[in-house]
Design a binder for this molecule. Structure first.
Ligand code: FAD
Length: 481
């Protein structure tokens, strides 16, 4: 980067907002997909919309690519830097700007950590419903960009159902103010378009989110099973019976053992083949009726034991074990590849078995902890990235699992996004014309494709079908990192 551009950026964000030193930039070279690494040219940490817009204008003039970054907990390489690119982090945009309890919304800066929102509005009897397991670290901006899910999204819906408004800074440094806290704003649904756009449509700086009243009653159940098959079949039948717990999660034996050996130990039985963790929420009567509907289904599938959390403390502990599960996997191997795929709930057992076979035949260690109610599987492969042969086998297993999910009518990602990881697999789901339409939507907001280039879209496939010249004139090769 030339000196003049660097000086202009420094004058906008000040010393505290610029990370130029190589050692400090190291912390930004990957997200949770640690297989992909690239050193950012520079990291900027603006404090608000105005500073972000001014930085973006300078970077636009200099033609420099930009990668937005929240907490870097993403698992698909979405926040991985691009060569010669600048990473713009939201770590200094951490203010809750407004909590409006009467109209049940909050306006927050993009760098606010997910759980901090629920903490800020708890005194009003409200909470922010989407609860990724990473919620103690991930930011609301990253959640919006990935359309994040979480255990309780089974009942409440993923992020997109909870975003009411956005302030977006475009690649050219324009500010789009789409912050209208009403249910159905006029005009095109640009908020829906932006949610899940993986940092490629601009940088969100402020987010208006819907708040949800805390349920009157909650019952947490832990069902212990003699087999993973039986746990999966129970979920399929609970869904088919039209019962609506707010969360249904499965943990298998290897996961349970890793959790119990870690600081997240929750009291799961280490000899169980699988457990189902369920939250049932609502009015007292609704909870009672739903539990009565679920119990016989669990019994029919041979559950060994059914525990009910006695109090809020035990409930917290059971959920802390689930939410700490990925972290606990560090006990199994130094690295973890978290696959994220979706299948129809009637195919859960079949695909869990298939994923196990794909890993076993490649000599890989795989465990399962997943949002079973949503059909959102996470086959987690523990590996050591210093072993290139093992890395190859991990990636091959990941590809085979994705293909199988698509074959049964599922999809490539339930919540972690496509990022760098699943670009090529997009062609399994979408035709070149579909991909070209997505690319057109993108260039409407970012004509030069400078926002997070090389992510999500297999660009060559989009361009092959294009009949009109691409605004900005960037060729596929140039847009890839
Ligand atoms: C232990 C663990 C558990 C997890 N559990 C879940 C889970 O249950 N559900 C789930 O959905 N995910 C989960 N994840 C994945 C991850 O936490 C989510 O994808 C989360 O939404 C990422 O937020 P972040 O702030 O870390 O974003 P980052 O990783 O920094 O970025 C993610 C993407 O968002 C873009 N981005 C970030 N901020 C902005 C912004 N302000 N404007 C525009 N684009 C932006 C980035 O460019 C990137 O493409 C988990 C991850 C870990 C490590």
């Amino acid at each position: 980067m030339d000196r003049r551009t660097l000086d202009r950026l420094a004058s906008i964000v000040g010393e505290a907002g610029i990370v130029a030193d190589r050692m400090r930039r190291l912390a930004y070279e990957s997200d949770g997909l640690t297989l992909e690494r690239e050193m950012p040219e520079l990291v900027l940490l603006p404090r608000d919309t105005d500073e972000t817009a001014r930085c973006m204008r300078v970077l636009h003039e200099a033609g420099i690519p930009v990668v937005p970054r929240g907490a870097g907990t993403g698992l698909s390489g979405g926040a991985t830097p691009v060569p010669g690119g600048v990473t713009i982090g939201t770590a200094r945009m951490r203010d809750v700007l407004e909590v409006n309890a009467s109209d049940r919304y909050a306006i927050v800066q993009a760098g606010v950590v997910n759980i901090a929102i629920s903490r800020a509005c708890a005194k009003h009897g409200l909470f922010y419903a989407p609860d990724p397991s990473s919620q103690k670290a991930c930011t609301i901006g990253g959640n919006v960009a990935e359309n994040a899910g979480g255990p309780h999204c089974f009942r409440y819906g993923s992020t997109t159902r909870h975003v009411l408004g956005l302030v977006i800074v475009t690649a050219e440094g324009e500010v789009l103010d789409l912050s209208h806290p009403v249910a159905d704003p006029d005009g095109y649904d640009l908020i829906g378009l932006f949610t899940g756009s993986e940092g490629m449509f601009g940088l969100a700086t402020e987010i208006t989110i819907q708040l949800t009243p805390m349920p009157a009653a909650t019952q947490t159940l832990l069902a212990i099973f003699p087999s993973l098959d039986a746990a999966c079949e129970s979920v399929t039948d609970i869904i088919a019976a039209r019962l609506e717990p707010s969360a249904i999660e499965i943990l298998d034996k290897l996961t349970i053992q890793a959790v119990e050996a870690s600081v997240f130990a929750a009291g799961y039985p280490t000899d169980a083949e699988a457990v189902l963790l369920l939250d049932i929420e609502g009015g007292e009567l609704e909870v009672e009726t739903t539990v009565k509907g679920i119990e016989p289904i669990l019994a029919r599938h041979g559950r060994l034991e059914l525990r009910s959390a006695r109090d809020a403390e035990e409930r917290e502990r059971l959920w802390a074990g689930r939410k700490g599960a990925f972290g606990a996997m560090g006990r199994i191997a130094p690295d973890l590849y978290v696959a994220d795929v979706v299948v129809p709930r009637t195919r859960l057992r079949e695909i869990v078995r298939l994923a196990t076979d794909e890993c076993t035949k490649r000599g890989l260690k795989m465990s399962n902890v997943f949002h079973a109610g949503d059909g959102n599987l996470h086959p987690n492969i523990s590996y050591d990235r210093r072993d290139p042969d093992e890395v190859e086998r991990v990636l091959a297993a990941g590809r085979a699992i994705m293909q199988a999910c698509v074959d049964v009518g599922g999809s490539l990602t339930g919540e972690h996004g496509v990022g760098l990881e699943k670009q090529e697999q997009m062609k399994l789901l979408f035709s070149p014309a579909d991909l070209a339409a997505m690319d057109l939507a993108r260039v409407a907001l970012d004509p030069d494709r400078r926002m997070n280039p090389g992510k999500m879209l297999p660009l060559r496939a989009c361009m092959e079908t294009r009949t009109r010249p691409i605004p900005g004139g960037m060729r596929a090769e140039e847009a890839r990192p």
